[in-house]
Design a protein around this ligand. Structure first.
Ligand SMILES: Cc1ncc(COP(=O)(O)O)c(C=O)c1O
Length: 453
């Protein structure tokens, strides 16, 4: 019998996260204070994040111990299985072996709890009582709601209004885990009120919701803000994915030629990829691909520039691939990939040519996702479908060239709460949208006066 799943015992879970900052071949550019144009210091960030997470954000230490209390919560669903996709391989008929890390088995349904749990823990031990955050389609909000409940913190989530109305089930998950979920723009913050004064029917955006959540955190006692992607400490926590995968492939004696993940803010991609980027820096021949949507082509069409993380310009200036902080992506169904920027760590690796970016349109991704669901049976999240489209792309090239390849990818989440998106695909309502170049030029006007990296 062929082995499909490679599982680790609870006691084999990695006990440290991997910090790529210790191994970067060239130093990363620092985040800048928008007022002074100088690198931001820990004190600038302290109203927004607790100091223990700020220390992780800037740490150059290669391995960082995972606290016992975090490991204990991870064990609710981790280690996640590494699976071989035999049925999908047969369908593709290419000379490839496809392995995937199933992050959809977490209680929230994606990789997001991998950082929600430690973020709640570090805030708790720092004496914080409540967290505020934003969420697009609701994956991140539900993960943080769950983590806050586990560490007895209050949680307020600003959810982009259009998703709040169209996708009620994620909001219900947040409520079930005891969090408050507010449609954004709201009248609870000045940022929200300002938007509503100009656009009473605003559908909201991730940029607006981030501004609301930061304002909420800095204006409430014992509160901090929590972000589900982009920042260094978030990517650090996600490396548990790739570190487990390395132990699993070692057990079966294989090593990937290609590692793939979808990328919105860059966290699940980094989670699977960074431990393998380390191997690549040390001489391994390996191709590492980040898959993004053609409707929000941050890495494939945007410049590497300093930009804000939010619309109200409340964050520091981050060195990253960006489409401009006031860019509002088309309402594609992969809500988690609709972000104007890309994690500075991932951006730096793309610049260093250690990581390659590719873009896929919505039709290609759903085509790949439906093929997956009809062979491997787990229904993928619309974001995850981008990674599957990249797997198909690599497999078809291998077939054409007659080359054998081992592919490893991150299956970032299930799509059971996104079935309306599949319904829209089956009823012909989706389009293969590509962001036009003139729209990119318009959006990039927002960063014209900002410092250049
Ligand atoms: C299932 C899933 N995959 C991927 C993403 C993209 O986020 P990131 O690039 O931070 O992994 C999200 C974001 O919400 C998501 O829910």
């Amino acid at each position: 019998m062929e082995q499909i799943k490679v599982v680790l015992n609870d006691n084999e879970i990695p006990k440290q996260w991997y910090n790529i900052q210790a191994d970067m071949p060239t130093p990363m550019k620092p985040p800048l204070h928008p007022g002074t144009g100088k690198p931001v210091g820990p004190d600038d960030l302290s109203p927004v994040f607790p100091m223990n997470l700020i220390e992780q954000e800037v740490s150059q230490q290669r391995w960082i111990d995972i606290p016992e209390a975090v490991l204990e919560k991870y064990l609710l669903w981790r280690p996640t299985p590494l699976c071989r996709a035999f049925n999908f391989e047969k369908l593709l008929g290419a000379p490839v072996k496809i392995y995937y890390k199933n992050e959809g088995v977490s209680p929230a349904g994606s990789h997001k709890p991998n950082t929600a749990i430690p973020q709640a823990y570090y805030n708790k031990i720092f004496g914080i009582k409540r967290l505020a955050t934003e969420t697009g389609a609701g994956q991140w909000g539900s993960a943080l709601a769950m983590a806050c409940k586990l560490f007895d913190l209050e949680c307020r989530v600003f959810m982009v209004r259009v998703s709040y109305e169209q996708k009620p089930y994620r909001r219900m998950m947040m409520n079930t885990w005891g969090a408050e979920c507010i449609p954004s723009p709201s009248t609870m913050t000045n940022a929200g009120k300002q938007v509503l004064a100009e656009h009473p029917d605003s559908p909201g955006s991730l940029g607006i919701a981030i501004s609301e959540a930061i304002e909420d955190a800095v204006t409430h006692k014992d509160s901090r803000y929590s972000l589900g992607s982009v920042l260094n400490h978030v990517l650090l926590h996600q490396t548990i994915i790739g570190l487990e995968a390395q132990k699993q492939i070692e057990k079966i004696g294989v090593y990937p030629d290609v590692v793939i993940g979808c990328a919105g803010g860059g966290s699940n991609f980094a989670g699977i990829a960074l431990p393998f980027v380390r191997d690549k820096i040390h001489g391994k021949k390996i191709q590492i691909i980040a898959a993004e949507p053609t409707s929000c082509p941050t890495m494939t069409k945007g410049p590497f520039a300093y930009d804000f993380g939010d619309l109200a310009k409340m964050t520091p200036l981050l060195p990253m691939y960006t489409l401009g902080h006031d860019f509002v992506p088309a309402p594609i169904h992969a809500g988690g990939l609709r972000y104007h920027g890309m994690a500075p760590i991932v951006s730096h690796l793309v610049n260093e040519k250690l990581v390659e970016a590719r873009a896929y349109n919505q039709m290609e991704t759903f085509d790949a996702g439906v093929k997956w669901a009809r062979t491997e049976c787990f229904i993928p999240a619309p974001e995850t479908n981008h990674a599957i489209a990249a797997v198909v792309d690599v497999a078809m090239k291998a077939k054409e060239e007659g080359k054998e390849k081992v592919i490893l990818f991150d299956w970032s989440g299930h799509g059971l709460i996104d079935l309306a998106a599949y319904d829209a695909y089956f009823s012909g309502k989706l389009e293969p949208y590509e962001l036009p170049d003139e729209e990119i030029r318009r959006a990039l006007k927002a960063i014209e006066g900002l410092p250049k990296p």
